[in-house]
Design a protein around this ligand. Sequence first.
Ligand SMILES: C[S@@+](CC[C@H](N)C(=O)[O-])C[C@H]1O[C@@H](n2cnc3c(N)ncnc32)[C@H](O)[C@@H]1O
Length: 193
Amino acid sequence: MVQQRLPEQGKILEIGCGPGSFAENLEGRDLTCLDPIPAMLSVAEPRVNEKRLSRGYSKATFVEGTAESLPFEDCSFDAVCTLFSFRDWYDKPKGLSEVLRVLKPGGKIVIVDPAKINRIHGLLGYLYMRVWVGSYARIICKQKEHPWKWLTKTYVHFGTTKHYEKMMKETGFKNVKSKLIFPGMATIWEGTK
Ligand SMILES: C[S@@+](CC[C@H](N)C(=O)[O-])C[C@H]1O[C@@H](n2cnc3c(N)ncnc32)[C@H](O)[C@@H]1O
């Protein structure tokens, strides 16, 4: 779904690559993965690069850093994607303006994160995470204080889909649009420089 929205050629940056679950499946492209946590990068790098080399693609580059202070020159990338990381950016307008800076003219941003259409949808999402995901997490982790609690917490503080569309436009992105991903738990936002 994200892959089809990225250009087939050119330089791609993934912000908040985590352990590399998305990056390892990205076909081809000249890929750079960024994350602020060194432990994430040390899991992602061998995982992603072993798979890329086995498929005949060049190795991806791994860089430590945050969205709010991207360690790249202006106009370096053809596209930037970020999956389930945007909600954790501590300064979203700053992160988006950094993305705009490092994109080439006409370059694209693709964001995937939880969907929150309005307060009722937000409440349903909260209940789904708290009750359904939380129950599974307690069983699997065999403890009350499981790490998925943070997912519910970050979701509660996350804004609506329209709010981030507006933020992207205010940052200077053009052709901004968003789409709810079935069955309604995630949104995909797109925009161009
Ligand atoms: C759920 S993981 C992302 C998973 C990844 N996209 C994948 O497909 O495997 C979220 C990641 O965002 C990173 N992150 C949190 N705050 C960030 C920030 N301000 N800038 C860049 N990355 C950030 C975290 O370190 C974490 O690794």
